[in-house]
Design a protein around this ligand. Structure first.
Ligand code: HEC
Ligand code: HEC
Ligand code: HEC
Ligand code: HEC
Ligand code: HEC
Ligand code: HEC
Ligand code: HEC
Ligand code: HEC
Length: 428
């Protein structure tokens, strides 16, 4: 063996020992000190049967970092506090698994995630606060006022439980409350057995939920220079790079994860996707968040790993101007709707008349799209799917408002005092 070979062997040996040490630091101490016989033989035994029963699960697991560092099937599948045990072929496994199973070894990620809007707020926007404990509500309200202590969005009542459980909640269950007291699931972005950062960094993973006219982030990304470059060059990237060592050499082009979560070149990895935001863009009228300054500084810090300050400052200035303009258009629509309600020409129910839907589309589809397009580089979404459509809806709103007033005047003349008033609905 040459001198160099010996050196490399020693180096690799040391690196492996250090790596094993670091890896083990993530595990609960108990099992390290006394690995039970069941744990030692678990993966072998589970895999023996499951290679036949559910071979895809075993193949996915084999590709994972968990497999590489020796995390086994049972360590993840065993019941943690509050989970129902299932007797399974000589092993005790949990009947259902949640973020609590991952939290055993990944407390930091769980805590960050718990503060984010992906946790309780995601579930509450569809189901209200009813499924949460008083403590869980208080915790989330500290970070997102009004996001958990709230009623479900009104459209859920109109669409009914089938649409809500098969539609809304399939995306919003990223923050579901679990019976074991934990919140949410980690597998929405990592999958169950691949436990992959490569998957989580792929735009389509976020695009499972962040798509469609009300939050067209994936469509905007694909239109942006970033998305086009990513698709053309991804074969040359190292999407599996270790999160704490991620550089612009591994990924010179950002994906959703890079801007919102990654620890690029010494930045902190975060599972709190709120940390780098400065506006509530999803709202009808977008105001600055209480964390505006810090949020914007955090995101700009990411841009500046790849861009220069003057360009990024200009980019933000332009995007903020779009927020102001969409807010002004939404205000016109708000004033118009308020006028009709004050005149009792509309019921208080926000989803029972054609004009309600014109108003809703104006801000919920097109206003949001224009704002998202401006911050994420989608010119067509700012304009043709954004401002243009907002103007179409505003004209439509004005026309329908005139028609409602004309119909009211005509029926007042025909039916005398009060004859043209609309039923005020169950809400009043
Ligand atoms: C002796 C064979 C055998 C062994 C050993 C075994 N399994 Fe299974 N497992 C099965 C079979 C068979 C099923 C049912 C498959 C089906 O319904 O299609 C199953 C189902 C499961 C399910 C689904 C349970 C449910 O109710 O949905 C999980 C999870 C699971 N096994 C995990 C494990 C884990 C983890 C281990 C090791 C700790 C393990 N299995 C060991 C054969 C085995
Ligand atoms: C990183 C944690 C983790 C590891 C390691 C792991 N699993 Fe799982 N597994 C899960 C989760 C999470 C689910 C989904 C459970 C649920 O929905 O309640 C699951 C589901 C399953 C299912 C049901 C699949 C289905 O679609 O019906 C089987 C079978 C299973 N695991 C077997 C295994 C086997 C065998 C191994 C080892 C080779 C293994 N798991 C390793 C987390 C893990
Ligand atoms: C028994 C402990 C244990 C459990 C349970 C566990 N993990 Fe891990 N996980 C680890 C270890 C150890 C590593 C490797 C850490 C390292 O390389 O620094 C790891 C790494 C990871 C990574 C990084 C993978 C990469 O490519 O760098 C992800 C993502 C991950 N786990 C997700 C999960 C999810 C999701 C669950 C629950 C479904 C889970 N883990 C359950 C111990 C665990
Ligand atoms: C399973 C569905 C799902 C997946 C996958 C998902 N998200 Fe989300 N995300 C949501 C939902 C639902 C919300 C809105 C929560 C609410 O009601 O406030 C959200 C909100 C957000 C927000 C806004 C947070 C805030 O404070 O307003 C960001 C940023 C975000 N997600 C980024 C991502 C990124 C990046 C990925 C991929 C790495 C991703 N999401 C994957 C469902 C998902
Ligand atoms: C395709 C996945 C998906 C479906 C289906 C879906 N949502 Fe969402 N929802 C999201 C995402 C992603 C966001 C975050 C948008 C953003 O921040 O730009 C969101 C945001 C929201 C918000 C605003 C955030 C907040 O905290 O107030 C509400 C309210 C909401 N959704 C309710 C619903 C309701 C009710 C349904 C069903 C009628 C539904 N969603 C269906 C993915 C989905
Ligand atoms: C919204 C999508 C999303 C969800 C939900 C999510 N993760 Fe992640 N996770 C990511 C992304 C993206 C990365 C990689 C960040 C980067 O590019 O370095 C990551 C990285 C990780 C890592 C490696 C971190 C490191 O510094 O080495 C672990 C461990 C992990 N996640 C565990 C979890 C656990 C546990 C949960 C549930 C509490 C969870 N994740 C939920 C997207 C997600
Ligand atoms: C080049 C960086 C970059 C990329 C890539 C990127 N985003 Fe964004 N994203 C931003 C910026 C900047 C904002 C606006 C931040 C603010 O409020 O100051 C934003 C806003 C958002 C919001 C709005 C939250 C709200 O207030 O309603 C969501 C959700 C989101 N992004 C998800 C995604 C998803 C999903 C992808 C990938 C399909 C993605 N982003 C790709 C930079 C990026
Ligand atoms: C990981 C590196 C990386 C990050 C982070 C990043 N970008 Fe980029 N961006 C690029 C690359 C590479 C290009 C293509 C530049 C070229 O062709 O030289 C690009 C192009 C652009 C363009 C289009 C320029 C043109 O020629 O059309 C804009 C605008 C832009 N980025 C804005 C941003 C903003 C704003 C952020 C932060 C919210 C950001 N970028 C974050 C790498 C990055």
């Amino acid at each position: 063996m040459s001198f160099r070979g010996v050196f490399i062997t020693i180096f690799l040996g040391t690196a492996l020992i250090v790596a094993a040490f670091m890896v083990n630091a993530h595990r609960p101490g108990l099992d390290l000190a006394h690995p039970t016989a069941a744990l030692v033989r678990a993966t072998g035994k589970c895999a023996e049967c499951h290679r036949q029963e559910t071979s895809a699960v075993v193949h996915e697991f084999e590709m994972s970092r968990h497999n590489a560092v020796g995390v086994n099937c049972l360590e993840c599948h065993r019941p943690v506090d509050g989970q129902e045990a299932l007797d399974h072929r000589g092993f005790t496994i949990s009947r259902t698994m949640t973020a609590a199973n991952c939290k055993q070894c990944h407390e930091t990620e769980y805590d960050q995630y718990l503060r984010s809007r992906h946790a309780a707020p995601a579930w509450a926007s569809v189901s209200g606060k009813g499924d949460f404990t008083v403590e869980q509500i208080a915790f989330s309200e500290r970070f997102h006022k009004g996001a958990v202590d709230r009623k479900p969005m009104a459209i859920t009542e109109r669409e009914g439980p089938v649409a809500v459980s098969k539609g809304c909640l399939k995306c919003h269950e990223v923050g579901r409350p679990n019976r074991d007291g934990s919140i949410g699931t980690c597998t929405a972005c990592h999958a169950r057995h691949a436990a992959s950062v490569e998957l989580a960094r792929t735009p389509e993973t976020c695009g499972q939920c962040h798509m469609g006219p009300d939050h067209s982030q994936i469509e905007i990304y694909h239109e942006s220079k970033h998305g086009v470059l990513f698709n053309a060059q991804k074969a040359h990237f190292n999407l599996a790079a270790r999160p704490k060592q991620l550089t612009t050499r591994d990924m010179p082009v950002p994906t959703c994860a890079t801007c919102h979560m990654s620890g690029l070149e010494g930045q902190k990895v975060t599972h709190d996707v709120t940390e780098r935001l400065s506006y509530w863009l999803f709202a009808a009228t977008s105001e600055k968040r209480p964390t505006y300054a810090q949020g914007q500084a955090n995101m700009k810090d990411t841009c500046l790993k790849c861009h220069t300050t003057p360009r990024i400052e200009q980019y933000y200035k332009d995007a903020e101007a779009v927020v102001d303009s969409t807010n002004a258009l939404v205000k016109q629509a708000d004033d118009l709707m308020k006028g009709l309600r004050d005149e009792k020409l509309l019921t208080p129910d926000p989803f029972d008349e054609p004009i309600d839907y014109v108003y809703f589309d104006l801000w919920h589809y097109f206003g949001r799209t224009a704002k998202h397009g401006a911050f994420m580089g989608g010119a067509d979404f700012v304009q043709w799917h954004g401002f243009y459509e907002m103007n179409v809806k505003l004209v439509e709103l004005k026309k329908q408002a005139e028609e409602l007033r004309a119909a009211h005047r005509a029926s007042s003349r025909a039916g005398g005092e009060g004859g043209g008033k609309r039923s005020t609905g169950a809400g009043e």
